[in-house]
Write a protein that binds this ligand. Sequence first.
Ligand code: SF4
Length: 193
Amino acid sequence: MEIFYSIQGEGFYSGTPAIFIRLGGCDVGCVWCDVKESWNEEDHPFFTIPEILSQIKDYPCKTIIITGGEPLMYDMGELTAALKEKGYQLNIETSGAYPVTGQWDWVCFSPKKFKAPNESIYAHADELKAIVFNKSDFDFAEEHAEKVNRTCKLYLQPEWSKAEKMTPQIIEYAKDHSRWNISLQTHKYLNIP
Ligand code: SF4
């Protein structure tokens, strides 16, 4: 869908410069999705792996975030092997709705109520980022936290349109359940892509 160089706004890598490769296509259907234009993969250009490598080669950065859409709708083996060969660090942002493929240095798993995660994601998740849209999302977050590895970082992030209402509740929840950290969509506050 698009390739751009920016700063990771949220989660464990928040504040880190990174090349973003956004893959078109998603069938998860989150009602509050902020990239609905990504859903239909046919709306977006097709790039070969050499074309992707050529587009990113001049960025002064070796960290890549592959996002979507839902990137695990595709077999990520070939693309990640080619990027690894060039020495990139590879992070993925996924809802976990499909089996994990590809070679990853960091897996950010953000489960969604709209399509259940594939069981393979739990063993791979380095970071669990639960989006809080309403109160029931705290229980939803805990359900998934039970299944990830003990080393997995846990984040609660307010859904953007509900941030004003939910952030105070997230703050109190994190204080009462100190395994959880707060993630904010800082790129939206900073007005960067
Ligand atoms: S998984 Fe991501 S891209 Fe897909 S609908 Fe949900 S928020 Fe949007």
